[in-house]
Structure formats: C-alpha cells, structure tokens
Design a protein around this ligand. Structure first.
Ligand code: M6R
Length: 587
C-alpha cells in the first residue's frame, strides 16, 4: 500500500530514490514521484503509472530527497494525485490513510489555503506549514497529533535542505545508515545497502542529518536497537525467470522444506508447546490467501488433534465482538505481517484474553510486535502480488502445528517429510497448464470446486485466477454447486475440480457429472488416476499421492500455474495485477 523512500548524503539522491522505488513497487504502482532539494528549492518529478514512467527524474540534482510509489486510496491514479505533496515550506510522502482528512481539509480551506490533489495526504503538508514555528520536529508532532488513521511519513523542509524527518503510526518505516548517507524506506530491500538498520515503532520519530540518526518517542530522545542486516538474497531479483511469480513458484519445494517445524525437537519452541498443551479452541484470523491457508489448517487440526477451529476473515473478526473463551489460541496468519485488518484482529484477540501466535514471512513486521509468540514461515521474500510460495509455506507451518497439537493429545500423526520432494514433482506436471490455459480464454466465468481439504484449494485457485487474469471466478464446496451456481454452467464453461480425498471422490464426481451434463468442461486436478480417465473429464493434471489432509500444499501448485499462464495469455503482467498491492496496510 504505497512505498516511501528518502535519502540524504554525499551522493546524488535521485538515482538512489529511483532504485529504492523500483524495489518498493510491489507495494503499489498507480503513480510514482520524487522530490530532490537543490539550489534553494525542491525539484519534483511525478507521473501516473510505474517508476519506469519517471523519465528524466534521474537528472534531478541534489543530495537529499524523498520518493513514493502509490496504491491509490483517495483520488484516482493520476499525476495530480501522485506524491510528493507540498505546501509552503514542506514537501512530503505518505503511506497510510488519514481517516479524518476531510474535516482537516475544511479547516485549512477556511484559512484560504488551496489544495491541488484529491488525496488525504496533502492535508498533512498544510498542517505542517500551519504548526511550524521554527522547529520542524515540533511541527510534525503537533501535526500527527491531529491525524486519525495510519501513516509512515517522510518530510523535508525548505529551511533545512539536507534534513529528513520521519514519523510512523501503523505503517511500516525503516531507517538506515549506508556508507554514503542516511536512508528511510517502507521496507528493508529498498535500502539493502545500509550497514545499520532501525525499525521505527508506532509513535516514534526520526531525524536524519549529516552522519546521525536521532530517534524520538513521546517523552523525548530515545535509543534504538539495530535490526538484522539484509542478506543479498533479500534483494528481489528475477534471475533467469520472466516473472517473479514463476520464480517464486519454483521456490515452493524449498519454502515447504524450510517452513516445516518439529516442535518437540527444538527447545526454542518450549513456550509454544506449553501453549499447545493448554489449547482447547483455536481461532484463525487472516485475509486473502492467508485466510485460505487457515481453512486447510482447520481441516487438518480438527481431524488430527480434535480441537475445534474457527477461521474468520480478519476484517470481519475485528468488528464482530468475537467470543474468546479460556484456552483460546488465536493464530494470526499474514505473509507480510503488515495487513491492517489482521493486525487489528490480532490486537483484539489478545485484548480479549487469547494467546496470540503470529505466523508470518516477515521478520520485524508489525505483527511480531503484537503477538505473544511468532512463528516464521521461511519462504524467502515474495515479490509477486499474487501469493504462491508463501501459501505453501504457511500450510507447511500450520500442518506442523496441527501435528504438534495432535501429539500433545497423545494422537498419532502422519509425516510431513515427503512434501518438499512431492512438490518438486508437481511443479513439472503443472507445466501442462500452459496448454490448458487457452481453454479459459473465451470463458465468461470459471468455477473451482472441491470437498474437504480440496475446498480450500478451490478457493485459492479461484482467487489466484481472479487477481492476475481478471476473469470472473468463484470457488465452491463441490456439494454446493447444485444449490444455485449450476444455473451458470452452460456450453464450454470451464470448471476446475480438485479431487484428492479418496473417501469423497464419488461425491465430488457427482458434481463433475452434473457439470458435464450441462456442457461444462471439467479440468480435473487429482491424485486418483481412475477418475482422470473418465469421459466426463476434458483435461486432467495428475498429482502424486500424499496424506490427504496435507494435499492442498500440492494440489494448489497446478492452480497457481493455471492462473499464471492464463494471465500471460491475456496479455497481463502477472507480477503486478491492476488495482492490487502486495501489502494491504489500509482498511
Ligand atoms: O500479507 P498477508 O498474508 O496478510 O496478505 C493477505 C492478503 O492481502 C493476500 O494474501 C492477498 O490476498 C494476495 N494478493 C493473494 O494472492
């Protein structure tokens, strides 16, 4: 949800800002802009579209500047609404949402001030000018005290040409020291060259000047611990792959292998083992793909450990006054660790007395500051907006947790160890989706069906297809089709049926027959070859056998590939789907 960057130092700022913005583009790409201070004034270059549209921006001269890549919330994607925004002596970039910007804007307009954009962010520049009495940090403090909502802010003032000011509340912000200057950014890879990194917490401020970064909290100046430094593998590179999404799919076997946990064998999980022993009820809270991993986890945990699990979309959980009983464990699942709804839901679960375990792929993310315990999926950084390997990694970790919980109840559990090698096999088979994808091209809509654990795969397959191919699509429990959706099936409608649960196979096949009888084309993803050979099946993908409860970790791979190849066939950029961003830090 927007990426911000800042640099002040001995070298030219513009090339550094542009490089950082490129690395932040996964957060939004509706517009981009930079502002650099030179010759007593700010030079600003901003455009609608991606960072690559900022032709000529690299020529802006000056050693201090800020930049922004936008995911539009208030105001259309346009040059007028692009950041940086300026007023009076101030220029700024903002990530977040100012919920009370309308009354604040009216207040400024009543003073006769004119606004240029339709954004919520511009009002911050107006307030800064209003509150400035010669001390910029005080002006920033007074300004943010008026704001409701979330912000990561980078501010420059014309009177202090080489100083950067930063402030944070509920939007991530990192600052760092490099060899040749000081940086700030929404995320670590944007400033990977730094040799010292610090993560700002909510309510903190930083002032970057000369060789020094000074930090301030509510009470005054504070000291901060440095973060772990970035390794080269944290810097996103596509390598030989045409897209990050394809590269990340090929990293699935490693993501699974690295995210499996043997809870009993490692002393560092002793706290979590104690929690598991006391767990009587589980609430999983997450959004999007992470929510789907929660559904698969529910099937596995209930079957293996016989502990009841409720899975709720975080944006619903946070507003529905959930019941948290004694012995409730809340699992907050978030690849980015920054999803605003998941953070709020985790906070609420904690407030109501649940023990909260965060499951995230992002060390130092905001969710790690909320949860009692953190479990890291080790998928490696994921850049493509459509989640792939992080989903498989979440499943690996959640299934590990399911088996650990089952063991605390004295129950037998199947092994997870074969999964990485099996995923490797599935990746090869999934390439067949390149030939199958054209079947979807003329479709008005595409349906995904499955029963039991396969239902989760159907939901995730459908979400992947929607977000990168823009084809209307729905995922259903196979048994639900006949309760309404069957009316939408006509000649040639593609239906992707997932079938990996032997005991439910006949039942799912009933839905396949019903689709076939109405002219629909069934693409079957199964580990049961006898069904693939049926005349009602138009095309099939064969999966290796694995423990049925764990099958979504494999069966989703061909569906990820189907979405990828359909997106390409429709001429889309699978890494950067329209209207979306990787990290949803707004409500
Ligand atoms: O970072 P999170 O796991 O919290 O993100 C949740 C969703 O925004 C995310 O899974 C989204 O649905 C993906 N674009 C799906 O591919």
């Amino acid at each position: 949800m927007c990426g911000i960057i800042g640099y002040t130092g001995k070298e030219q700022a513009a090339p550094k800002l542009l490089l950082g913005l490129k690395r932040l583009e996964y957060r939004g790409y509706d517009s981009a802009g930079i502002a650099v201070f030179s010759d007593g004034k700010f030079s600003v270059c901003k455009r609608k579209g991606r960072v690559s549209e900022l032709g000529g921006a690299e020529k802006l001269r000056g050693g201090c500047g800020i930049g922004h890549t936008r995911w539009a919330t208030h105001g259309a994607p346009s040059e007028r609404n692009a950041h940086p925004h300026s007023f009076g002596r101030f220029v700024l970039v903002h990530n977040g949402i100012i919920e009370n910007y309308l009354p604040l804007k009216e207040e400024c307009e009543a003073r006769g001030e004119k606004f240029i954009s339709e954004t919520d962010s511009e009002v911050i520049a107006h307030l800064l000018e209003y509150y400035d009495r010669g001390d910029v940090l005080s002006a920033i403090k007074e300004t943010v005290a008026r704001l409701k909502g979330s912000y990561a802010l980078a501010v420059m003032c014309r009177d202090e040409p080489n100083v950067l000011y930063a402030a944070r509340r509920k939007s991530p912000l990192i600052v760092g020291k490099g060899e040749e200057g000081l940086y700030l950014a929404s995320d670590v890879p944007a400033i990977a060259e730094c040799r010292e990194l610090y993560s700002l917490c909510d309510g903190e401020f930083a002032v970057l000047q000369g060789d020094n970064i000074r930090f301030y909290g509510e009470e005054g100046e504070i000291k901060k611990e440095t973060m772990k430094l970035v390794s080269k593998s944290d810097i996103p590179e596509k390598g030989a792959y045409p897209h990050f999404m394809l590269k990340e799919m090929h990293e699935i076997p490693a993501a699974i292998a690295n995210s499996l946990i043997n809870f009993e064998d490692d002393f560092c999980f002793s706290g979590i083992n104690i929690v598991l022993c006391q767990t009587e009820y589980i609430q999983i809270i997450a959004c999007g793909t992470a929510y789907h991993s929660g559904i698969a986890a529910k099937y596995a945990i209930e079957a293996l450990a016989r502990v009841p699990v409720e899975v709720t979309v975080a944006s619903e959980y946070r507003y529905r006054d959930p019941i948290v009983k004694k012995g409730t464990l809340a699992l907050a699942v978030s690849q980015s660790g920054e999803t605003a709804d998941t953070l709020a839901a985790a906070e609420l679960a904690k407030e109501k007395g649940a023990t909260v375990i965060a499951i995230t792929n992002a060390p130092d993310s905001s969710i790690t500051q909320i949860a009692h315990f953190v479990l890291f999926t080790r998928a490696g950084r994921e850049i493509a907006v459509a989640a792939t390997k992080s989903f498989n990694a979440q499943l690996a970790l959640l299934f590990s947790l399911a088996t650990a919980l089952a063991k605390t109840k004295g129950r037998q559990t199947p092994s997870l160890r074969p999964l990485p090698a099996l995923a490797e096999e599935v990746l090869t088979e999934a390439e067949k989706m390149k030939e199958i994808a054209p079947i979807l091209l003329g479709a008005k809509s595409v349906y995904f069906i499955g029963r039991g654990a396969d239902y989760c795969t159907a939901l995730e397959g459908s979400l992947k297809l929607k977000e990168i191919s823009y084809l209307p699509s729905e995922g259903y429990p196979a048994g639900e089709l006949k309760h309404g959706t069957l009316a939408l099936i006509d000649e040639g409608t593609p239906v992707i049926a997932v079938l990996t649960q032997e005991g439910l196979a006949e039942k799912t096949m009933n839905a396949v027959f019903e689709v076939y009888a109405r002219g629909g084309r069934v693409i079957l993803v199964t580990n049961l070859p006898e069904y693939a050979a049926r005349k009602e099946v138009y095309r099939s993908i064969l999966l290796p056998k694995c423990e049925e409860l764990f099958s979504p970790i494999l069966s989703v791979i061909p569906l990820q590939a189907l979405a990828y190849y359909t997106s390409l066939a429709r001429g889309n950029d699978p890494d950067k789907p329209r209207n979306l961003a990787k990290s949803v830090t707004v409500e």
